[in-house]
Design a protein around this ligand. Structure first.
Ligand SMILES: C[C@H](O)[C@H](O)[C@H]1CNC2=NC(N)=NC(=O)C2=N1
Length: 101
């Protein structure tokens, strides 16, 4: 079933349960601080595996001690959809397990 763009109200309702996530432009974004470069790199690897599992991929940036994601759904015209929300929920669980703040 094709993914449809969520309204701003629908996105905001879901973000209420995703602290730290926000909409910047047309993308869902989140930045995590891992405290060290290697810890940040380890989280990137786990996120990449989940993204391949879901077949849904963010722009993922590894910084000095940070991991930043920005994502929307290309097949829905670069809009935020349930697939982006599902990815955000999985990433939150991963990040928590890595001790990210
Ligand atoms: C062929 C493959 O299933 C598609 O290109 C997937 C890959 N990952 C994706 N990631 C994102 N963010 N949006 C998509 O529409 C998308 N489509």
């Amino acid at each position: 079933m094709p993914l449809k763009a969520l309204s701003r109200q629908e996105v905001d309702a879901r973000l209420a349960e995703l602290p730290g996530w926000s909409v910047e432009g047309d993308r869902l974004t989140r930045a995590y601080d891992l405290g060290s470069h290697l810890a940040a790199a380890a989280l990137v690897g786990d996120i990449a595996r989940v993204q391949d599992e879901l077949d849904h991929h963010s722009d993922l940036t590894l910084g000095y001690r940070t991991v930043t994601l920005a994502v929307n759904t290309h097949s829905a015209g670069d809009a935020v959809t349930e697939a982006d929300i599902a990815l955000a929920r999985r990433v939150e669980a991963l990040a928590s397990g890595h001790g990210a703040t």
